[in-house]
Write a protein that binds this ligand. Structure first.
Ligand SMILES: [Zn+2]
Length: 681
């Protein structure tokens, strides 16, 4: 439930104090630990040729000493290895273990120029690192081996990669990044297969020695990650989301997003969120310490989204101790809350689909659309999960009422059929822009794969970069349309930036949104609409026998992420509420921005409220935690369920409860960073 990681540096042996760390693990009530063992540097007296012992090792075994100490504390212990870099002696004896750049030369390490970058897909990993893992497992019988940076450091042109790719695909290695290039496509698939083969080889070798152990590769992520998350979800018994902190304009909810992305394919298997305590920017100040408020909010959003916390510290000697106390306090808090953090299932009714195949084979045309929806759902306080596009079967979609497809362009016939079945079974679908306009390989179709579901055909053209275009809100023709709720005063709002020409397949009621086409935005004298009004619908809403379908033929989500116009946010919230068409399980009202998640445990429900309200929300680091005022919370329990007791865990208080049938109403007076409404059933 609470992970610690100590990544030793080469000069730690003899200098760092293992007792200090064992004491800290105990004080933080950490129940699992990841400790540096081998690979790039061995921290135990290895017997494997070319396995580089720390130059400061002497006759010590700091890894073994820490393992023994952690076991005495009753901790789960996993060993960390890192295979991505090696030394001159290896390069001389085994030149084919070294990665080769596009120009044909072996690659020096970019940050430690005395070292070499290794090839991930050849004998260095398949043979040498397998031996290292066997040795670690035989000597220490750890519970698992964690492998950092094992996927390679960019495309390798070594003799093994050349020959193996040629044998498998008949092609020379690609020299392009164009996702539509057939050789590049073949490489994407071969590269994945090779890594999955490597993972399975390592895993089966360590399990031969300790059947209760496993290999845990540091891998995975969202739409833009390289390895198929669906396959990862089948292979991995547990997984660590390695997004250590915010950088640049990352939002504090990004950590929760990692949790949702991993859970989409890991299901109920435990997932862990690695956080660093430092400033995480491209300049890699790995020995830095971040301020307390930033650390707390980052971790809180991960925990609220089902991640088990894992702090990582690089180096056994502390250059700056300021992080120790905040992390200790956080961990002790989570230890006290533990029964309520042992989640059985999220109770979200909305699923936001992500598509690796679109990112692999079309290019990264998806992520900004996803981020737009993510932000809109956070602002609307609607609990939601993320859904992998290769997991659209009826069983997998059972928890959901509404699925959102944010410009998921690449979808197979089978996936389109699954989505239609979902709607046929009472589910609802919201889709945007070019969703389903390509097949699973990114090849353009003549019509949407989902044309029948949307009720519209592709009319042959996407208009890119629209300047100064608007939407007319048809209050008269579409009177009191739920999509226009909250926009009653607005005759028109801004359009997006790209739109798809479509033609309705049948009759639709009058659309609530119609197109006002672009008109000049300069000189100012020329800025007047040439066409004040059209009948070109910019949203298509269908009420079918059971489910509902809503299609925006434009990039509302991507534009929202870029511009954050509140009118678009309002439309998106209205779209989800209209499509979902049921009383929500949780409703939270009050001022501020909260990430709201809802979970079921064995004998309780929990509502997590993470307070993201902060002037630094869209670019860190947060200066201070700023409490929000009172929040009205309504929770709809299952019919017949009785709430035995309700607690506010952070406030350590019992709120006054108002009951109306299965509806519980209460007030949370204030939230600093993270409050949990814990309802014992
Ligand atoms: Zn290679």
């Amino acid at each position: 439930m609470r992970w610690a990681q100590l990544t030793l540096v080469e000069d730690d042996p003899g200098q760092f104090d293992p007792k200090f760390w064992l004491d800290y693990f105990e004080r933080t009530k950490s129940d699992a630990v990841c400790l540096s063992a081998g690979g790039c540097v061995a921290y135990y007296p290895t017997g494997i040729p070319f396995h580089h012992r720390s130059q400061w090792l002497g006759d010590r075994d700091p890894f073994g000493e820490l393992v023994t100490g952690c076991r005495k504390l009753g901790m789960v212990v996993i060993a960390r290895t890192d295979p991505h870099a090696t030394y001159d002696d290896v390069a001389q004896a085994h030149p084919d273990w070294i990665a080769v750049g596009a120009e044909g030369r072996p690659r020096r390490h970019w940050a430690s120029p005395e070292m070499w970058v290794t090839c991930a897909l050849g004998p260095y990993n398949f043979e040498f690192m397998t031996e290292v893992k066997r040795e670690i497992m035989t000597r220490y019988r750890v519970d698992g081996i964690f492998i950092n940076r094992w996927e390679g450091s960019g495309l390798c042109y070594c003799e093994h990669c050349r020959t193996n790719f040629q044998k498998s695909s008949g092609h020379e290695l690609p020299r392009t990044n164009d996702p539509r290039d057939p050789v590049k496509r073949a490489y994407v698939l071969w590269h994945q297969q090779r890594l999955f083969d490597l993972w399975q080889r390592w895993d089966s070798e360590v399990r031969k020695i300790n059947p209760d152990s496993c290999v845990i590769p540091n891998t995975g992520g969202g739409a833009t990650s390289a390895l198929d998350m669906n396959k990862i979800g089948e292979l991995a018994p547990t997984l660590m989301a390695d997004r250590q902190a915010r950088r640049g304009v990352a939002t504090p909810w990004s950590n929760g997003k990692n949790g949702k992305e991993y859970r989409a394919t890991m299901g109920r298997k435990p997932i862990v969120g690695i956080f660093s305590v430092g400033v995480e920017e491209p300049y890699r100040w790995k020995d830095s310490v971040q301020n307390e408020a930033e650390i707390r909010l980052w971790v809180a959003d991960g925990v609220a989204n089902g991640l088990r916390p894992w702090f990582t510290k690089f180096g056994g000697v502390l250059h700056d101790p300021r992080w120790l106390k905040p992390v200790e306090e956080l961990y002790r808090r989570y230890a006290a809350w533990e029964p309520y953090l042992r989640n059985e299932a999220p109770l979200a009714r909305v699923g936001l689909v992500y598509s690796q195949q679109t990112a692999w084979f079309v290019g990264n045309t998806v992520e900004e659309h996803t981020l737009g929806w993510y932000q809109a759902l956070i602002e609307a306080r609607i609990p939601f999960e993320m859904v992998h596009d290769r997991r659209l079967g009826a069983d997998q979609l059972r928890p959901f009422k509404t699925l959102i497809l944010p410009n998921i362009t690449a979808l197979s016939h089978e996936q389109c059929r699954q989505l239609s079945d979902f709607v046929g079974g009472g589910g609802s679908v919201i889709a945007t822009h070019e969703t389903s306009l390509r097949d699973e390989w990114g090849e353009r179709r003549t019509n949407f794969g989902l044309a029948e579901l949307f009720g519209v055909n592709f009319a042959g053209r996407t208009e890119g970069r629209m300047q100064n275009a608007y939407l007319r809100l048809e209050h008269e023709a579409a009177r009191s349309h739920p999509l226009l709720r909250g926009l009653e005063e607005a005759p028109r709002i801004i359009h997006g930036v790209a739109r798809v020409d479509v033609a309705p397949r049948g009759k639709f009621p009058r659309a609530p949104l119609t197109l006002i086409p672009s008109y000049p935005d300069l000189p100012m004298e020329k800025v007047y609409p040439r066409v004040p009004k059209t009948d070109v619908a910019q949203v298509f809403c269908r009420e079918l026998a059971r489910g509902r379908v809503l299609y925006f033929p434009w990039d509302i989500d991507r534009t929202f992420w870029e511009v954050l116009c509140t009118d678009h946010g309002r439309l998106m919230q209205n779209a989800v509420e209209w499509a979902t068409n049921e009383e929500p399980l949780v409703r939270v009202s009050g001022a501020g921005t909260l990430d709201v998640t809802l979970w079921r445990q064995k004998r309780s429900w929990t509502v997590h409220l993470v307070n993201l309200t902060n002037p630094m929300m869209m670019k860190g680091p947060i200066r201070e935690l700023i409490p929000v005022g009172s929040q009205r919370v309504e929770v709809r329990l299952p019919e017949g369920a009785k709430a035995r007791r309700v607690r506010l865990l952070a406030a350590d208080a019992s709120p006054k409860i108002q009951r109306e049938g299965s509806l519980l109403k209460l007030t949370v007076p204030s939230i600093l960073d993270h409050e949990i409404v814990a309802i014992d059933l």
